[in-house]
Ligand binder design. Structure first.
Ligand code: SF4
Ligand code: SF4
Length: 381
């Protein structure tokens, strides 16, 4: 540190209080969706006798694979699949957030990220220090989430034809995927409970264990975040090398050693900026044009993107799905026969189903034209 350096104190107010409020509001919203969904499932369990409770469309946000497929269908055909339309808008908003403000969803809105953060804070309170894994363990563990994402991408976009993706979206399994997810937690197996408990305990020792090593959604957002034009910048001329930014970073990024933070682990939480004691030394900046972003503007931007895109879904009448209460009751009775798609065998099945469906449609068309031809109704030109 240069002794002649004139230090101007950072007097900008921290943003963490607002981030906590936003995280809390979003977590409460998720709890509210959970309660509404519980009431909806109670209606199904009663066989339609209990008073009808409408399914909350927000639950689609917890079906990332179906939402990603819907988004793909939308990109390739322009069609919004009616099974879980809200999921597609939520997925799109999260992708946009990452493209604009990095992996901001994880630290501003994601309820799992919020819970992980609270557990991590608890762990740091107990141990009075942050445990950072050595690189030889950290790197291979961090690659696990990319392996899972890679497998998912391979299964969906390489093994499945476009028609098979549609067959999956049209399938009864997809219609009740949210109810199946509900029973996964409501009727949790001992093995799943042990896994969740282990993740909980590990998150006390290693901050954000699930998010850092295992969440494929986080991996996807991490890739998009690299493309984001807004990055954390360090002004080396002002920096006094105190290392407080590194200490504050929940992702253990060596902010104090770089000019620009380019990391798939940066969640744009702005903790480092709040911790920096020197004015105009650490900030988020747009790369082109080079413009420093105000912390409150970032918070408004992150929430604004989410609200604008989900509002577009609601206002365009593409929020609630088209499955009626009667259809849900029908699916509910048969639900246990709808197997969970796993591995390449299931993918093969969807490909075969889509070919069979296509053949049926072609045969129906041929039949129609043959009948029409016999009646002389077809214009041969
Ligand atoms: S680098 Fe800064 S913004 Fe990124 S995760 Fe670390 S503390 Fe948060
Ligand atoms: S907090 Fe980081 S960027 Fe700010 S002065 Fe200390 S080392 Fe430099």
């Amino acid at each position: 540190m240069s002794l002649n350096k004139k230090i101007i104190k950072n007097t900008e107010r921290p943003i963490q209080k607002y981030r906590l409020i936003i995280q809390t509001v979003f977590a409460l919203l998720c709890i509210w969706i959970g309660v509404e969904f519980y009431l909806f499932v109670q209606y199904l369990e009663s066989g339609g006798i209990a008073s009808f409770y409408e399914r909350p469309p927000g639950v689609d946000g917890f079906l990332p694979i179906s939402s990603m497929m819907s988004f793909y269908l939308f990109l390739t055909t322009g069609e919004i699949h009616p099974a879980h339309p809200a999921g597609m808008f939520i997925f799109f908003s999260i992708v946009m957030m990452s493209l604009v403000f990095g992996k901001s969803f994880c630290s501003w809105l994601c309820p799992v990220g919020f819970l992980s953060e609270l557990i991590g804070d608890f762990g740091e309170k107990i141990f009075k220090r942050k445990l950072v894994l050595p690189k030889f363990l950290d790197y291979p563990l961090r690659s696990l989430k990319y392996l899972m994402l890679g497998f998912l991408f391979y299964a969906v976009f390489f093994l499945m034809t476009d028609m098979a993706i549609r067959a999956f979206l049209d399938s009864p399994y997809n219609s009740v995927a949210d109810i199946k997810m509900y029973y996964f937690f409501a009727d949790i197996s001992r093995f799943s409970l042990i896994v969740i408990a282990a993740l909980f305990v590990l998150s006390i020792f290693i901050r954000n264990f699930w998010c850092r090593f295992l969440c494929p959604y986080g991996a996807l957002l991490g890739i998009f975040s690299i493309l984001s034009p807004n990055k954390i910048k360090r002004n080396q001329a002002n920096c006094i090398d105190c290392g407080l930014c590194y200490k504050a970073c929940p992702s253990a990024i060596k902010v104090d050693k770089v000019k620009t933070v380019i990391s798939d682990e940066c969640t744009s939480c702005l903790n480092c900026i709040d911790a920096c004691p020197v004015a105009d030394t650490l900030y988020m900046q747009t790369l082109v044009p080079k413009k420093k972003l105000n912390k409150k503007a970032i918070a408004v931007g992150v929430v604004g993107i989410f609200m604008a895109i989900t509002a577009a879904g609601m206002l365009s009448d593409n929020w609630q799905n088209n499955i009626s209460g009667e259809e849900y009751l029908h699916h509910y009775k048969l639900m246990n026969s709808y197997g969970h798609p796993t591995g390449t065998q299931s993918v093969k099945k969807f490909n075969e189903q889509s070919i069979q469906k296509n053949n049926r449609t072609e045969n129906q068309k041929d039949g129609f034209y043959n009948r029409a031809e016999t009646k002389g109704e077809v214009n041969k030109d």
